[in-house]
Design a protein around this ligand. Structure first.
Ligand code: GAR
Length: 191
């Protein structure tokens, strides 16, 4: 059987993208075809190259273009797109071309702390300010509205009384690294 072709989009540190690349490297059912970043200096660009993955750098204008990403993904015969800390809005044309084939990770228990402007540390700051007793991650399909597509899985962590943004972020990161790649694999293979 031909492997399922995956593209990963990432904008920053890329610890999740790196975890996914390493996980799928030993899974013959999957092939990570390229990593796309809108930031040439993002640490993930260097990491992906050092792991032998092709890197596509694009501008924010390219991301907004109605055909750039669709043409790129269709030309490379991509089956699924994984957003791993990709902080630009995905154009509706790509969502229409890949219905329930674009998977995002969000560092909160959606629908809480989602939506425009809610990413990375801003999410954990809001969780801390609200004195939440738990937080977690949501792995979900991408739809036209920010952070509101069908949820595939959520994983939780308990929060103590002395949490800081950094401790929440660290706990959430660990959950992400543990669950993101296996959840993607299970979801795709069980379809
Ligand atoms: C992750 O925590 C991910 O959940 C979050 O950005 C971080 C990227 O970290 N994504 C969002 O906030 C999307 N709204 P990484 O670059 O180390 O993978």
């Amino acid at each position: 059987m031909k492997p399922i072709k995956i593209a990963i989009f990432a904008s920053g540190e890329g610890s999740n993208a790196e975890t996914i690349i390493r996980y799928f490297a030993s899974k013959p059912d999957f092939e990570v075809v390229f990593l796309l970043s809108n930031k040439e200096t993002a640490p993930i660009v260097r990491k992906a190259k050092s792991l032998g993955i092709s890197v596509v750098i694009c501008s924010n204008k390219d991301v907004e273009d109605i055909s750039f990403l669709v043409d790129l993904c269709k030309t490379k015969e991509i089956d699924y797109i994984i957003l791993a800390g990709f902080l630009r809005k995905i154009p509706n044309t790509l969502i229409a071309a890949y219905p329930e084939k674009i998977i995002n990770i969000h560092p909160s228990l959606l629908p809480k702390y989602g939506g425009e402007g809610m990413y990375g540390k801003f999410v954990h700051e809001a969780v801390l300010a609200a004195k939440e007793k738990e937080s977690g991650i949501s792995i979900h399909y991408v739809s036209e509205e920010f952070d509101s597509g069908r949820i595939i899985a959520q994983y939780r962590i308990a929060l103590g009384d002395n949490e800081t943004v950094e401790t929440i972020q660290e706990k959430v990161r660990q959950l992400e690294h543990q669950h993101f790649a296996p959840t993607i694999a299970r979801e795709i293979l069980n379809m």
